[in-house]
Design a protein around this ligand. Structure first.
Ligand code: 13P
Length: 287
């Protein structure tokens, strides 16, 4: 059931768990996430970066695929189709394409410009019943060409953006896209606490969910995080599943080269990763 992400995240905030945003890359990915969410009665957010949108032949194609798949598979759990780290233009394109939720990442702009563009997009999104996420501070590392310096967000700037009427807020707290380096200092919980206090209960978003230890996830949830984004971890598990199949020579026996067989171990690996994340985030059974 395609919905915006507002109500599922308010419910998560009140129930003290987090909803996963799993980024999708193709049809197999989308199907794996939807089937796992349905099986576990788990709300889910499908994240689409601008790079992944382009790869999947545009946001219109993505919307059509997700809407039709949702119907065909008889998905009853709440599913949001959400733009990840959108530019201003990308947000406009997703509003037109029929996404149910957008993220405007204006974190690289001066705060005034971030606020001005966020204000415009809040109106546009809400007029169409969509939810909107904004960002302050920056998520470190690189995702699909979006590079962030990893600045820890300023609580007063977070409050200023939260007060614009956005539905949930991504704030940099030392989190990084991709695999965490050996010398990573961990999440900055003092900063998260200050942001949580300053923003008055708006659901907070933790990007860079790949590889964050379970105790840190639980602590982040206790300090107001209601949405956690995962991308790289599914890519790694998918690749490992397909690699094993090919290394075992299974593609060379019988009709093992059939893409539906070749990709199946990768798809099953994505399902396992989703199950593990939904369990850690505490969202299973909360559809
Ligand atoms: P990871 O790739 O580190 O899981 O981060 C995903 C993310 O934050 C998407 O915005």
């Amino acid at each position: 059931m395609l919905v915006n992400a507002r109500d599922m995240l308010l419910k998560a905030r009140d129930g003290r768990y987090a909803v996963a945003q799993i980024n999708i890359n193709n049809l197999e990915w989308t199907k794996a996430v939807l089937q796992t969410a349905e099986e576990l009665k788990n709300p889910v957010i499908l994240g689409v970066s601008e790079g992944a949108g382009k790869y999947m032949a545009g946001f219109g194609t993505v919307t059509a695929m997700v809407r039709e798949m949702d119907k065909f598979l008889g998905i009853t759990v709440p599913v949001a189709l959400h733009l990840d780290h959108g530019t201003y233009e990308g947000c406009l394109a997703c509003v037109e394409a029929g996404f149910t939720s957008i993220m405007f990442d204006g974190s690289h702009f001066p705060i005034d410009e971030n606020m001005q563009k966020t204000t415009e997009l809040v109106k546009l999104a809400h007029d169409r019943g969509m939810s909107i996420e904004a960002e302050v501070g920056a998520i470190g590392g690189e995702e699909d060409g979006v590079i962030g310096g990893g600045e820890v967000a300023d609580p007063q700037e977070c409050k200023a953006i939260a007060d614009l009427g956005i539905d949930f807020l991504a704030a940099g707290i030392g989190n990084i896209h991709g695999v965490y380096p050996e010398n990573w200092k961990g999440l900055d919980f003092d900063a998260l606490d200050r942001i949580h206090q300053a923003t008055g209960g708006i659901p907070l978003v933790l990007h860079g969910g790949t590889g964050i230890p379970e105790d840190m996830i639980k602590k982040a949830i206790s300090l107001g995080v209601s949405k956690i984004n995962v991308n790289t971890e599914c890519q790694l598990s998918f690749a490992a599943g397909v690699r094993k199949y090919i290394e075992e020579g299974k593609d060379l026996s019988g009709k093992g080269f059939d893409p539906r067989k070749l990709l199946e171990p990768g798809v099953n690996a994505i399902k396992d990763t989703c199950k593990e994340k939904f369990g850690i985030f505490g969202s299973i059974g909360n559809a």
